[in-house]
Design a binder for this molecule. Sequence first.
Ligand code: S3P
Length: 172
Amino acid sequence: MKNIVLIGFMGTGKSAVGRRLSKEVSFRFVDTDRLVEEKAGKKISDIFAEEGETQFRKLESEAVLKVMREEQLVVSTGGGAVLNKDSLDLLCQGGIVVWLTARPEVILRRTQRRFGSRPLLKEKNPLLKIEHLMREREPYYKRAAFSVDTSDISIEGVVSRIKGNIFGVGDR
Ligand code: S3P
């Protein structure tokens, strides 16, 4: 079977949901942010600070290319991975793409704990930035097969909905 790919904004639960989903469907879990950090040998915030966003995006698209050569993975992508057209095409061709969403206020609350790996949100008004980026990225996220709003449901609940949509079991 193809990969199951999670796309969506920061703080929508891609990594937590992906890890859990991978166990339930017995697929290996891969997080493109972690692949980028391994390749660069440094944290995302340091890549942004020392080499810039363009270099980060280059490493990110290489990570997508690498994982999408494989099968039977649950892939969690960075929130901006969909901005690269080739990456988005690859994700859609080699995977069932699931868009995780959440309300901007929920995203703010969740990401405030880990601003370190989210340099794009180091802003005076992070809520405005979240709303702006979400609007800008929506057309790309919409290429997913289906979406799940994670604002008010547990990780297990999200996993159950994803399984329901893909395999016809669990909640839809
Ligand atoms: C980014 C999202 C982050 C990380 C980087 C850029 C973005 O990943 O890739 O900070 O552009 O939305 P998460 O979505 O896993 O937080």
